[in-house]
Design a protein. Structure first.
Lengths: 350, 471
């Protein structure tokens, strides 16, 4: 007994000392704990989308992930439960397809997508997370993730940047200290970007480099190659609507050279407007809404976290104004009917 | 639930506490373990818990009927058990494989057959618990064990959570005595168990998931091209990953069982220090290799029917052993290669013995290096998504090219880790880890535990499912 207790005491003292020393070291260098996005964190929200009848599901990539303010949504639309399924750097149609295939999903989807999002290479970008949710996510994984969230919210050393392996690789490559991230997520996956800490010119430079690489214009995707994905997405929209849910395709705002490049890449009249004419989903093109069109975007693409409530309010205003979403819960089935009729007629209201 | 999840930490603390509640009878403690085992399995996919219970209950009932029947009337019950167990495995594990191959064969003779497709999910650990249950029925049929009359105890034998989903495959005669003798957590068992649990988690989380998998995965990804350096790096990394993943699971399982006062058999004994393929199979996945020996190789005739029949039996056993791992021809190729090596070793036995006498220890080391080379070559089939990619990797390994660029720091670390692991296997070739741990003093043990804890906490990468869960 004495041997076991002594070994346990030695192990606890030594390991706690080492871990606390490391934690203090990294905190002293200005690092803070953050939630690390992962398939199980996404799956927790994906499960919530199905389990919550009044789910308001946000799909998209980084522009939505880092722009929607959860508190504002809850205050403005108290009968909806906001669920964030957008993913950094990946277009959302695989998730829309998965929601359509889910017989229990009846929520409202705000799907942030532009012309490139309907291109064939974009379709399966979120499929790995969908696969994980379908085949690997379990009650045990959910419980694991909930506990892990607490650890990640409290410990800097919970980040993989500070793992033994990453530290060894950095030392080997003489890389210096890890990158100080200027974007982060909360445990419900609503993201934040602090452009005062970040490099807002980096994205602009990346776009400029891409444009230069392709001789001033991003490579065109022929309409005939683009259209089949629109038709498929329209089918997924109809499946969700048939169960009482709905979908809003939303092209979020851009500014500066990015706005020009996107219009040049997928001219609205040739792509977006033809999608609008074909779909039973509601549609919103942010540049048609002055409050969204003129919204300050430090890198021409994303919202600074201080501006998230204002941006979310502007978006909800636009959706409510067009009757895409009710500010209060409709009292009867009949109250929903005008929306359904409008939707079935394909009047997107763009 | 997996050993490397935080859910398991909470679960296991609760189970150990409940199992050792003062005043609890042995029967009640067994019920606690059974309930915990069901929760452990059900937390992955609740409906498949019913499959596990149903399958084990059928075997328990069939074994009872077998025991009550006269010796010449037992065979029908055994056949029903074989059909039920292998049918279950066939449906869930080999259904798609059989359908696809039948379709291909029919297409060869000009018949266009378009079968319905079913999206069947493979119940985790089905190969392990089916084999465990099947071995019990065969043992009862042979009269080698006494039948278990308590359904609860039988379900605990099949479903005991430490070994339920990825082994070791426990034999009933090893477990039944433990079911009859009241057990509880002891200081010695807890100390040994905690040591093993931490070693297993270190192998899985630090080595398999953090060091080896990120290097192996991209190289074995379908559709990619590989150069000589990356082919060797990927193969070495996978060899490290599969050992640390699987041995890590087994070590955790043995450790958890020890903390509850149970003993489980060893599953690995420094396999990369094997000198010869027969030696490899005495060191790698021992519970499967002994199962295959006792329930397949020996019933086929073993080495009793002359040289040619012995070689045939060896090949058949290894082919089916390969297929046990997965429903794909690449696994069959892996098994066939090991079978071929065992056959070659057997026919060259006099020459090998003479060389060993001549070279002494150097011969053992040389044999070890050749065996490792063969094992590495075979791992490519085991891991590659298809034969085309496996052939590309094999070609890149043995036909040097000049396109290899500098390898990454991660790859260099994987090489160093594999080298250290290989050295450890040779140093520990004849050692027993459990005995070694029992002989350590408090300071050494405390230092080992602290090192393992720090390394585990500081490896918060992507959590990967245990590879052997899919088998």
């Amino acid at each position: 007994m004495r041997r076991a207790l002594a070994a346990l005491a030695i192990a606890l003292v030594l390991s706690a000392t080492a871990l606390i020393a490391l934690e203090r070291h990294w905190r002293g260098r200005g690092y803070t704990p953050i939630i690390v996005d992962a398939p199980d964190l996404w799956s927790l929200q994906r499960a919530k989308a199905t389990a919550t009848p009044d789910a308001l599901v946000f799909l998209g990539a980084s522009r939505t992930l880092y722009a929607i303010d959860r508190d504002t949504v809850r205050a403005r639309l108290p009968h909806h439960e906001p669920v964030m399924l957008a993913m950094d750097g990946r277009y959302p149609l695989a998730t829309l397809r998965d929601l359509a295939a889910d017989a229990d999903f009846r929520g409202l989807v705000v799907c942030d997508i532009d012309g490139a999002g309907f291109a064939a290479p974009s379709i399966d970008m979120q499929q790995p997370e969908v696969e994980f949710y379908r085949h690997a996510f379990s009650p045990s994984r959910a419980a694991h993730r909930l506990i892990l969230n607490h650890w990640q919210l409290r410990a800097v050393i919970a980040r993989s940047d500070f793992s033994l392996l990453r530290s060894a690789v950095r030392a080997w490559n003489d890389e210096g200290e890890p990158f100080h991230p200027y974007q982060w997520l909360d445990r419900r996956r609503f993201g934040h970007i602090d452009f005062e800490r970040g490099d807002k010119e980096a994205q602009k430079r990346e776009l400029a480099a891409n444009l230069e690489r392709f001789g001033g214009h991003l490579p065109k995707i022929p309409f005939v190659d683009w259209w089949p994905q629109v038709e498929a997405a329209n089918g997924w929209v109809r499946a969700i609507q048939a169960r009482g849910g709905d979908v809003i395709f939303y092209a979020s705002p851009t500014s500066g050279q990015r706005r020009w490049a996107e219009e040049d890449w997928f001219p609205r009249a040739e792509y977006w407007d033809r999608m609008v004419a074909s779909t039973s989903a509601k549609t919103l093109f942010a540049l048609d809404v002055p409050a969204l069109r003129d919204f300050p975007l430090p890198d021409d693409s994303h919202v600074d976290y201080r501006q998230k409530p204002a941006y979310t309010n502007a978006l909800i205003d636009a959706l409510v104004e067009r009757n895409f979403i009710a500010p209060t819960k409709p009292k009867t089935e009949a109250a929903m009917r005008p929306l359904a009729i409008q939707s079935a007629a394909g009047d997107g209201g763009t | 639930m997996t050993f490397d999840s935080l859910t398991f930490v909470v679960f296991f603390i609760a189970v150990v506490a409940m199992f050792n509640l003062p005043g609890l009878s042995w029967s009640a403690r067994k019920s606690v373990l059974l309930g915990a085992s069901f929760l452990f399995y059900g937390a992955w996919n609740p409906p498949f818990l019913l499959l596990l219970i149903g399958s084990a209950t059928v075997d328990w009932w069939l074994a009872l009927r077998m025991a009550q029947a006269r010796s010449n009337r037992r065979k029908p019950w055994l056949i029903v058990s074989l059909v039920a167990n292998l049918g279950l495995l066939g449906l869930f594990k080999y259904g798609d494989f059989l359908r696809d191959n039948t379709q291909t064969l029919l297409a060869l003779v000009g018949i266009d057959w378009q079968p319905a497709t079913f999206d069947i999910l493979l119940p985790v650990g089905i190969s392990f618990y089916t084999f465990q249950s099947l071995s019990y029925c065969i043992d009862v049929y042979r009269g080698e064990v006494r039948v278990q009359k308590s359904l609860r105890d039988y379900l605990l034998f099949v479903g005991f959570f430490p070994q339920l989903v990825a082994g070791p495959i426990v034999r009933y005669h090893d477990f039944s005595a433990q079911l009859h003798t009241p057990r509880r957590t002891t200081v010695d068992g807890f100390t040994l168990g905690l040591s093993l649990l931490l070693i297993g988690l270190f192998e899985k989380i630090v080595l398999a998931d953090s060091v080896f998998a990120p290097v192996a995965d991209p190289i074995f990804k379908a559709g990619g091209t590989v150069d000589t350096a990356s082919a060797w790096t990927g193969t070495i990394a996978f060899a490290g990953q599969i050992f640390c993943d699987f041995a890590g699971y087994s070590t955790c399982a043995i450790g958890c069982a020890a903390m509850l006062g149970f003993w489980l058999p060893d599953n690995f004994r420094s396999p990369y220090a094997a000198s010869g393929f027969s030696d490899f199979w005495r060191r790698w996945h021992l519970s499967l290799s002994t199962w295959l020996r006792d329930y397949l190789y020996v019933p086929l005739g073993g080495n009793r029917g002359g040289s040619l029949l012995t070689l045939r039996n060896l090949m058949l056993t290894m082919l089916l052993g390969g297929l046990w791992h997965g429903a794909a021809w690449t696994f069959v190729a892996w098994g066939a290669f090991h079978g071929l090596m065992l056959v070659l070793e057997r026919v060259s036995e006099p020459a090998i013995a003479a060389t060993s006498r001549l070279l002494g220890g150097l011969g053992t080391l040389l044999g070890g290096l050749l065996t490792l080379l063969g094992v590495l070559v075979a791992w490519v089939w085991f891991r590659a998504p298809d034969f085309t990619h496996a052939a590309q990797i094999h070609a890149a390994m043995f036909v040097p090219d000049d396109t290899s660029g500098p390898i990454s720091a991660e790859a260099k670390i994987a090489w160093i880790a594999f080298g250290l692991m290989w050295s450890m296997h040779w140093l520990w070739r004849h050692h027993d880890l459990r005995r070694w741990l029992r002989q350590r003093g408090a300071a050494t043990l405390g230092l080992i535990w602290a090192t393992l804890i720090v390394a585990i906490v500081l490896s918060p990468g992507v959590s990967r499912a245990f590879i052997y869960f899919q088998f």
